[in-house]
Design a protein around this ligand. Structure first.
Ligand code: UDP
Ligand code: MG
Length: 317
């Protein structure tokens, strides 16, 4: 019987401390898994520390390890895409380097995909809690999922991590989505396929620091909304109509009032308020349109999603 190959993709940005620990854990897990072979694809997302050196060390002592190094920081989405492109395994997994995605779940994930009776193409994971996260961040994250699921046809699961194992068929489907603005959580939902969700409690990272500031997360959320729903455009148009109706009614009221009572100068402060409110709404709506326009602009340029500086010799493509 030919052994199946499992490709594990790890995107790394300044993970010199976590990477060796990650490697240790994952090799331990695969030592006990004799049924499958491992291919470890490390993607260096333009790290400014010694991450690439660590990767080279690992790939020298273990030929299952391959690496791709970007010319600069292109973001985790780009790193995952590069990894998926290079993966040759029958099953392909995505993991973080900080051990927040427990490798101990992998045997169970492989088992589920192997079981032909179950017919799953993907095993994904979600956190059931947000322990160790600032409460304000959790609050906005929850709200984000609520809002986007109301607005979009593609379902986004609250607490879903990028940690997942997929069949080759699903990976090929994702690779066909070549958009520049990648919002993977939505792309996974978009391609469909049967997905089994495993749940686990949040684990804090082993070393290093999180790369997500509140502002970065906010921009990521906006990206998700713009990529997967055009509802804000409709909302903007509706707001416009509502304000037109209100203005129309007010005009009639004011004209009637002036004809009946003749009071030309009162209402100055209230008028200023109305002008401020309406121009605020206008600017907000223009901003929404601009957000979509800028994404269209970036897509039409067809720039590469990532640029490779160097790779290990054993990498394909
Ligand atoms: N990461 C990356 N490029 C970036 C930011 C992050 O490849 O620009 C990687 C990072 O090295 C880690 C994973 O993405 O392996 C998740 O990042 P992090 O742990 O900072 O996010 P969190 O777990 O706090 O959501
Ligand atoms: Mg993390």
């Amino acid at each position: 019987m030919i052994k199946k190959k499992v490709s594990i993709i790890v995107s790394c940005y300044n993970e010199e401390k976590s990477l060796p620990l990650f490697y240790q854990e994952i090799s331990k897990v695969f030592q006990n898994l004799s049924k499958v072979d491992l291919e470890l694809i490390l993607v260096d997302d333009g790290s400014k520390d010694q991450t690439l050196t660590e990767m080279k060390k690992l790939s020298q002592k273990d030929n299952r390890v391959r690496y791709i190094s970007f010319s600069r920081n292109f973001g985790k989405e780009a790193a995952m895409y590069a990894g998926l492109n290079a993966a040759t395994g029958d099953y392909v997994g995505l993991m973080d380097a900080d051990l927040q995605d427990p490798p101990s779940l992998l045997p169970k994930m492989i088992e589920i995909l192997e079981d032909k009776d179950l017919d799953y193409d993907c095993v994904a994971t979600r956190r059931v809690d947000r322990k160790g996260e600032p409460p304000i961040r959790s609050f906005f994250a929850r709200k984000f999922y609520k809002i986007i699921n109301k607005m979009s046809d593609v379902e986004l699961v609250d607490g879903a991590r990028d940690y997942r194992l997929m069949s080759k068929a699903m990976v090929n489907a994702i690779l066909q989505l070549k958009e520049y603005n990648r919002f993977s959580k939505g792309l996974f939902g978009f391609v469909g396929f049967n997905t089994k969700w495993l749940e686990y409690e949040n684990i804090e990272r082993v070393a290093g620091e999180t790369k997500w500031s509140f502002w970065k997360l906010f921009k990521y959320a906006v990206e998700g909304i713009v990529a997967f729903t055009t509802a804000p455009l409709t909302i903007a148009a509706l707001l416009g109509i509502i304000f037109c109706i209100i203005a129309f009614v007010m005009i009639i009221v004011i004209i009637t009032k002036t004809i009946m009572f003749g009071d030309p100068t009162s209402g100055w402060p209230s008028m200023i308020c109305v002008i401020f409110l309406v121009s605020g709404v206008q600017l907000f709506c223009l901003g929404i349109i601009g957000e979509y326009l800028s994404k269209t602009y970036l897509e039409t340029k067809k720039r590469p999603i990532y640029i490779i500086k160097e790779t290990s010799k054993n990498i394909e493509k």
